[in-house]
Design a protein around this ligand. Structure first.
Ligand SMILES: *[C@@H]1O[C@H](CO)[C@@H](O)[C@H](O)[C@H]1NC(C)=O
Ligand SMILES: *[C@@H]1O[C@H](CO)[C@@H](O)[C@H](O)[C@H]1NC(C)=O
Ligand SMILES: *[C@@H]1O[C@H](CO)[C@@H](O)[C@H](O)[C@H]1NC(C)=O
Ligand SMILES: *[C@@H]1O[C@H](CO)[C@@H](O)[C@H](O)[C@H]1NC(C)=O
Ligand SMILES: *[C@@H]1O[C@H](CO)[C@@H](O)[C@H](O)[C@H]1NC(C)=O
Ligand SMILES: *[C@@H]1O[C@H](CO)[C@@H](O)[C@H](O)[C@H]1NC(C)=O
Ligand SMILES: CC(=O)N[C@H]1CO[C@H](CO)[C@@H](O)[C@@H]1O
Length: 217
């Protein structure tokens, strides 16, 4: 009798602590449900279920934290609140392509625009981003792939006055195709020591493009 009672108490505690259910983190599920209000998210995003099993969500098998999120062609607003993504501390890959996003907003209290610092792959292709949004990527120390193809980046990407544009130095793949960049953008790539692939097709590059320095690395 008392053994049974002990066993039942153990079961209850185990369930409450989540030991027996391999579930995703509550905080991350709540954040996904919050995002659902702004994106046309898949219908299997429902409260109470394991968000690691949801469509367009992938988790790390060990930590059960969200590691990959696809929210393409589904955003309903023009401006994205970056703070909505802060809870995803282990997010490595984020696909926000084709969403008509015009810019990013940080909630009050933070003066800088910041993405989850764990990001390695960020796809923002086919949005309406202008060149002043590019500075928000400079703090991403792990970013390897950045896709900004098909946006409204123009000119030299010179952010404000003399401020020099800093791309994350970890970048390996940078896609800037189908924007309106001029050839003086090229000087901003000189610090990219890990760059393996750069796509500048469909821009307004003209004149003599002396990029021998980039290729020698
Ligand atoms: C899962 O997370 C652990 C701990 O952060 C990490 O060591 C591991 O590389 C991750 N696995 C994958 C497949 O990313
Ligand atoms: C996680 O585990 C599932 C099932 O075992 C497997 O299909 C998937 O590839 C694993 N994911 C990662 C990132 O290792
Ligand atoms: C960037 O996105 C475009 C369109 O979504 C795609 O065609 C292209 O292959 C992507 N580039 C990279 C480097 O993944
Ligand atoms: C950025 O703009 C400033 C002032 O307009 C100019 O002096 C500087 O050369 C520009 N830098 C680049 C890399 O184009
Ligand atoms: C960019 O294009 C202009 C106009 O054709 C040319 O004068 C200039 O030398 C070019 N700059 C570079 C860095 O190639
Ligand atoms: C390209 O730039 C390098 C370094 O600035 C210079 O040594 C080289 O002569 C230039 N090549 C051409 C074709 O202008
Ligand atoms: C230096 C540069 O190219 N700046 C441009 C950034 O984008 C704004 C708005 O599109 C342009 O007015 C600037 O000329």
């Amino acid at each position: 009798m008392s053994t049974n009672r002990l066993w039942v108490s153990f079961l209850i505690i185990a369930l409450v602590e989540g030991w027996l259910s391999e579930c995703c983190w509550n905080k991350e599920r709540d954040a996904l449900l919050y995002l659902k209000a702004h994106f046309d998210s898949p219908s299997d995003w429902v409260d109470g279920s394991d968000c690691c099993l949801w469509e367009n969500v992938e988790c790390n098998n060990t930590t059960r934290r969200v590691s990959k999120l696809t929210l393409s062609e589904s955003f309903q607003n023009r401006y994205l609140h970056l703070s909505d993504f802060h809870v995803f501390k282990a997010l490595e890959s984020l696909d926000l392509s084709g969403n008509d996003i015009a810019g990013f907003i940080q909630n009050k209290g933070n003066d800088r625009l910041s993405w989850p610092s764990s990001l390695e792959v960020l796809d923002l292709s086919y949005n309406n981003l202008r060149n002043d949004t590019v500075s928000s990527f400079s703090d991403l120390k792990c970013l390897k792939q950045l896709n900004l193809s098909g946006n409204m980046l123009e000119g030299s990407l010179n952010i404000s006055g003399n401020e020099r544009l800093l791309w994350p130095s970890s970048l390996e793949f940078l896609d800037l195709s189908y924007n309106s960049l001029r050839n003086d953008t090229l000087s901003s790539f000189s610090d990219l020591k890990c760059l393996k692939q750069l796509d500048l097709s469909g821009n307004m590059l003209e004149g003599s493009l002396n990029i021998s320095g980039e290729c020698d690395k």
